[in-house]
Design a protein around this ligand. Structure first.
Ligand SMILES: Cc1cc2nc3c(=O)[nH]c(=O)nc-3n(C[C@H](O)[C@H](O)[C@H](O)COP(=O)(O)OP(=O)(O)OC[C@H]3O[C@@H](n4cnc5c(N)ncnc54)[C@H](O)[C@@H]3O)c2cc1C
Length: 242
């Protein structure tokens, strides 16, 4: 495992959108950060208590961006929210995670399937892909309980409209007929719209329970387990039945 680098950062942005806190922080030393798009960092939530959060920015950007799900009944996330005040100082260690585009097979299309803040690492990768010229097809399925929880829907829609290789399908659990969304579970949308799953590299983002359930559905419908990537799988946190 690579050694983690510690940075002292200052919070520059903390906006709540659809139940998620979008945070930007700058390196106090005035330098950049060393990581690869798709990796995660450890944020010091209480003294010497570091918790993992995916990095939503990409290395060419000066700041680090995080997408933090706010949950009123979660004491850790409440502590995180209290830290995220503009001007506050926080400590982070980075970076870890192998769920990056380095895993991608050359010339194969990609499917990203995310639940809620599981979109954060894909935001980093997609930003990098759209700023270069995306020369393979990438399909993004992003699901949440309700439409307003898709906190960067407009940005992702604009990226997909500006790039013929990027295809975005928003997914919500409860019907909202005025929006152009798939109603159901996020992986159901992918299973319905993607044929020949074995031909794709598939990235999964979200909680361990969500990733485990989606992984099993995809494999039972022909996806190749060797080309399904997720931090939750790498960390052995998913309960996968044989
Ligand atoms: C590799 C990794 C990356 C993570 N990245 C994020 C992140 O970008 N944003 C975030 O809010 N939380 C993230 N988490 C979860 C976060 O670390 C925990 O929510 C926090 O440490 C509190 O722990 P908990 O056991 O109380 O909460 P948990 O019960 O673990 O999580 C609470 C909620 O956080 C969200 N969450 C959990 N795991 C992930 C994940 N891998 N990616 C995205 N969302 C997740 C879900 O909405 C979940 O319901 C990540 C966890 C891991 C292992």
């Amino acid at each position: 495992m690579a050694e983690l680098l510690e940075y002292n950062c200052v919070i520059e942005r903390a906006d709540e959108i659809g139940g998620t806190l979008l945070v930007e922080m700058a390196n106090e030393a005035g330098e950049g950060f060393d990581y690869t798009s798709g990796q995660y960092l450890y944020l010091e939530v209480e003294p010497d208590d570091f918790r993992p959060f995916s990095i939503a920015s990409c290395p060419s950007q000066a700041h680090l961006e995080l997408h933090i799900r706010l949950m009123a009944d979660n004491p850790t996330l409440n502590s995180v929210q209290q830290l995220m005040v503009i001007g506050n100082k926080v400590r982070v260690r980075l970076a870890e995670g192998r769920c990056t585009l380095a895993r991608k097979t050359l010339n194969r299309p990609v499917v990203f399937i995310a639940g809620g803040t599981g979109y954060a690492p894909f935001h980093a990768m997609l930003q990098e892909l759209v700023s270069e010229s995306l020369d393979f097809n990438a399909y993004v399925f992003w699901g949440a309980a309700s439409f307003d929880e898709l906190y960067l829907h407009d940005e992702l829609l604009a990226w997909s409209k500006g790039n013929p290789h990027l295809h975005y399908q928003p997914v919500v659990q409860f019907a909202e007929p005025e929006q152009d969304v798939y109603v159901g579970m996020v992986h159901e949308a992918a299973l319905q719209q993607i044929e020949n799953l074995a031909d794709f590299d598939i990235y999964l983002g979200g909680s361990a329970v969500m990733v485990g359930a989606v992984y099993q559905s995809l494999v039972s419908r022909g996806a190749n387990p060797a080309t399904i990537y997720s931090d939750m799988l790498d960390l052995g946190l998913c309960n996968i039945a044989d």
